[in-house]
Design a protein around this ligand. Structure first.
Ligand SMILES: Cc1cc2nc3c(=O)[nH]c(=O)nc-3n(C[C@H](O)[C@H](O)[C@H](O)COP(=O)(O)OP(=O)(O)OC[C@H]3O[C@@H](n4cnc5c(N)ncnc54)[C@H](O)[C@@H]3O)c2cc1C
Length: 486
């Protein structure tokens, strides 16, 4: 009997857990370590952040599902990794600290045969001075609680505008190397929709603030897209959305500090500039969780398991190279740690080999460019193939790793939806294939132009809505859930 321990119950970890249960049956033990009692369908937090959905529509309690599936759940956070065990314990283990009310702070050693680290990113608000959601009009939509607070703050601003007070809304990235521009893009379109819906456009200034060199970069170096039969690009696509909605933009901006409703940022020209706001939603920098790792002798081997940014090292090529030398082949396929074969890291938890957007530095030497995004689809897909590989390994006794999913070979769809309801929404639907451009295979456009597309319209909005219900249905493990793709 094998014991698989999954750290994290987000999109990647929960997907891996569901498939492990399906493939392994109840003969083997699956243990999930999660600090949170809920599963959150994060993409729909945007709708909580504009008051269109309630928190309970985007989350559900994990414990009853896991109990039904025969999965052990420990409400705790992993802190230290011991992939060789220690002086007392022969077996590899992770040290965890309980987060539940009853056992808060209590520590335990959780042993494993296979470890799936799907802990996603640490939302590193502290990396930007003054970036504190809930303070002085600053908000976030990265968690459901943040999104609820964002909506409460937004409502107050609507009231002020109704009373004749003009308000400035700044949405975008809150750190010079933040990623997840897609989420911020979706939020600003939704905020713009809600303002228009209330006929308050004349009272609002909307500003997009981004570390992207050009709009539409999205941390993937932008994309050439097929649109209405023509080849266009994501820069034009994004700018046209903003122009139509009267959204002003500030690009190439690295946010350094926020104080007294003022955002202090540096741009690539090395200028230190300011932007006032009444309401701001800025995505923080992402990092690993600051895990530590030790060998059997108790020596620190954190560098063996984790990259300097705190994300886990996997089967990527981390050799330092110039931007022009990077290749899609550098991207991981199996998410297996090269030193400890039974430790894997799907989703956002793995360290990317390099940025996809061109690294840029300001005249003062500050890096200002987006880190690579890892959206829901690759997070789900990598969670699934990790589960498949681990299950086959357990069943056959041999590591086979037949299932592979590189971001350099996998496509992704992103639907940025704005508005609400069957007739009032619109969406920017984008597909890219592959996510990481492959200039060798596709020398003209970097990607397969027949499947890399961008289309605006109501149909995309319906799809996003459908996806909300479909993915929650799947996550709840309802009948035939596995037929729904990641
Ligand atoms: C507002 C917003 C909107 C988005 N919209 C979209 C979208 O429309 N489409 C799309 O494709 N992607 C979207 N994304 C991105 C998508 O949410 C991520 O790609 C996805 O959540 C990553 O999955 P993950 O499992 O790797 O990480 P997460 O979903 O972040 O899950 C990580 C899990 O690890 C747990 N954890 C953290 N620390 C520990 C620890 N120490 N020990 C144990 N567990 C721990 C967390 O509690 C969590 O359960 C959006 C992101 C945001 C923030």
């Amino acid at each position: 009997m094998a014991r698989v321990v999954v750290l994290g119950a987000g999109i990647s970890g929960h997907t891996a857990t569901s498939y492990l249960r399906k493939y392994l049956g109840k003969k083997h033990t699956i243990t999930v370590i999660t600090p949170n009692t809920y599963y959150n369908w994060i993409p729909s937090n945007i709708w909580v952040g504009v008051g269109r959905m309630k928190i309970d529509e985007v989350r559900f309690k994990l414990a009853p599902r896991y109990k039904k599936w025969g999965i052990e759940m420990i409400q705790a956070k992993a802190t230290n990794f011991y992939p060789e065990g220690d002086a007392e314990l022969e077996s590899p283990f992770v040290e965890v600290e309980y987060t539940s009310e009853e056992q808060k702070g209590q520590k335990e050693k959780v042993t494993y045969d296979y470890l799936i680290n799907a802990t996603g990113p640490k939302l590193n608000f502290a990396a930007t001075e003054g970036l504190v959601p809930g303070q002085g009009g600053l908000t976030s939509v990265c968690t459901y609680n943040h999104a609820q607070e964002a909506w409460e703050e937004l409502e107050k601003k609507f009231e002020k505008m109704k009373a004749g007070e003009k308000q400035t809304f700044v949405i975008g990235t809150g750190h010079p190397t933040a990623t997840c521009q897609g989420a911020a893009f979706e939020y600003i379109l939704n905020v713009a929709y809600e303002i228009k819906h209330r006929k308050l456009q004349d009272m609002a200034e909307l500003v997009w603030l981004t570390n992207e060199y050009e709009l539409g970069d999205f941390g993937m170096g932008g994309a050439f897209i097929k649109k209405g039969g023509y080849i266009s690009n994501t820069k034009l696509f994004t700018e046209s959305y903003f122009i139509e909605r009267g959204i002003r933009w500030i690009k190439r901006a690295g946010v350094k500090k926020i104080e007294n409703n003022t955002i202090y940022y540096e741009n690539l020209d090395g200028e230190n500039l300011e932007q006032k706001f009444d309401f701001a939603m800025l995505i923080p920098g992402f990092s690993g969780h600051g895990f530590k790792a030790y060998n059997k002798a108790g020596e620190d081997i954190t560098d063996t398991l984790f990259a300097p940014n705190g994300f886990m090292k996997v089967d990527a090529d981390y050799t330092p190279k110039d931007y022009d030398q990077w290749s899609v082949n550098d991207w991981p396929e199996t998410y297996q740690n090269p030193t400890y074969a039974n430790v894997l890291a799907p989703g956002i938890a793995f360290a990317p080999p390099h940025s996809i957007s061109k690294p840029m530095k300001s005249k003062n030497g500050t890096p200002i460019f987006p880190a690579p995004p890892r959206t829901g689809m690759p997070s789900g897909v990598t969670g699934k193939i990790t589960a498949q590989n681990v299950a086959e390994w357990i069943k056959s006794g041999e590591p086979q790793f037949k299932h592979r999913a590189s971001m350099g070979r996998m496509g992704a769809a992103c639907i940025v939806s704005a508005g609400f309801g069957m007739t009032h929404g619109t969406a920017a639907t984008m597909t890219v294939n592959p996510i990481v451009p492959d200039w060798e295979k596709y020398p003209d456009w970097g990607r397969d132009i027949t499947t890399t597309m961008g289309e605006p319209g109501l149909a995309g909005h319906w799809l996003k809505w459908l996806m909300h219900y479909m993915f929650l249905y799947k996550a709840k493990g309802r009948p035939f859930w596995w037929l729904i793709p990641e």
